[in-house]
Design a protein around this ligand. Structure first.
Ligand SMILES: *Cc1c(COP(=O)(O)O)cnc(C)c1O
Length: 386
């Protein structure tokens, strides 16, 4: 068989695919715990790589899940009626202004589907959430990348990057992977320069974690009648990443367009049931926020004392300058059953993104990191002696 050719085909399969498809770069997720445990033959791996909530879901969500097994032979309610009803009541918009999807990730794809084709552009920060360029390029459109400034969105530069071909701007607030935010006055200034036909998407996956007076709630811009879409998720503080539920809020007309390009049944029945129940558990959210802010403080102190560089974060993770090859260091940490994220984020090569764990988890991470860094220093000295 010729390399690059399927058996029996006289042409390479990739030449049959649409033009832009073989240029797509896949998303590189954090390594799942069970995969590392299988590789190492251990049972106690810890993951700090995907910004998951280490406390796990609300007990109310777990109870609702146990009581929902009888639903499994039925298709889910494709409209997510009860979840949207609850969200409508919570945020004060009509139900028709909500869409529920298979994670926020799916909603990002739907937005690109509606607005982008070859010749179109979308403006994004660099680095930011990697699903944006992936979904933009999936449509054959161009991702216009505007470098962060001091690890923050450079909104004036993003405004300058708008062209007549720009259809969408993505603002990730807080930004993944840097953890930084843009403020209300900065967004106001930005809106004054954005033409009215450009859709501004606020990805607020970490919204619930932010404590800052000037942090905007993008739903306010929607109330003012601006052309914005607000994205939130049940994957982060609500701790339901495995069930894939995210939601978007926008005008009813926008929601109809997004629904028009979606396949049905993207939000599963268990996902809907668990999301609905977790919205009733304020206590679990409060506990999660407390564990996160204490853990963030603990890790920041330890990392600073170890001479590492940290970017001040408002979310449940932080970008850390490990002052050495981060990919190598993360491979060594994996041998100690500790997973951090050093690849596929667009950060400089000495940076990793580390999710805040529980106190015990954080302590184990700091110990592991110290051991690995000590080992590296020892090796360096040995080399110098020789
Ligand atoms: C985690 C994350 C999401 C959520 O993705 P889901 O598909 O809902 O799990 C969205 N945006 C950003 C920036 C994220 O980091």
């Amino acid at each position: 068989m010729c390399p690059g050719k399927e058996k029996g085909l006289s042409i390479a399969l990739k030449d049959l695919a649409k033009n832009h498809v073989h240029r797509l770069r896949p998303y590189i997720p954090g390594k799942p715990i069970e995969i590392l445990e299988r590789q190492l033959g251990v049972k106690n791996a810890l993951k700090f790589a995907s910004n998951e909530n280490p406390l796990g879901p609300s007990p109310l969500a777990l109870k609702a899940l146990r009581e929902s097994n009888h639903l499994l032979n039925r298709y889910p309610d494709s409209s997510s009626y009860f979840l949207r009803e609850k969200l409508a009541e919570r945020f004060g918009f009509p139900m028709g202004q909500f869409i529920v999807g298979n994670g926020t990730t799916q909603l990002i794809e739907l937005i690109c589907h509606v607005f982008l084709g070859p010749g179109d552009e979308a403006v994004i920060a660099d680095p930011s959430f990697l699903m944006y360029p992936i979904c933009i390029e999936l449509m054959g459109a161009k991702a216009v990348m505007v470098p962060l400034k001091d690890y923050r969105h450079d909104l004036p530069a993003m405004a300058k990057a708008l062209s007549p071909r720009t259809k969408i701007v993505f603002i990730c607030n807080p930004n993944n992977p840097s953890g930084t935010i843009v403020t209300k006055p900065e967004v106001r200034e930005f809106f004054s320069k954005v033409p009215e036909h450009v859709v501004v998407v606020f990805d607020e996956a970490y919204h619930e974690y932010v404590e800052h007076k000037e942090y905007p709630d993008a739903m306010e811009y929607l109330r003012e009648g601006r052309l914005v879409i607000v994205l939130r998720t049940f994957s982060k503080v609500y701790a339901l990443a495995g069930l894939r539920v995210g939601y978007g809020v926008a005008s009813e007309e926008m929601i109809s367009l997004l629904n028009a390009v979606s396949i049905p049944f993207t939000a599963t029945c268990l996902g809907q049931v668990a999301a609905l129940a977790s919205l009733n558990d304020e206590k679990q959210i409060a506990r999660s926020l407390k564990v996160n802010s204490e853990g963030m403080q603990f890790l920041s102190d330890k990392f600073s004392r170890m001479g590492l560089g940290i970017v001040e974060s408002y979310a449940n993770f932080m970008a850390v300058d490990l002052k050495t090859d981060a990919r190598e260091l993360s491979a060594e940490l994996e041998r100690k059953a500790l997973i951090i994220r050093a690849v596929g984020l667009g950060l400089p090569a000495s940076f990793a993104r580390i999710t805040v764990g529980t106190q015990r988890e954080n302590e184990r991470l700091v110990e592991g990191l110290k051991e690995v860094l000590r080992g590296k220093k020892r090796k360096k000295e040995e080399r110098r002696v020789r």
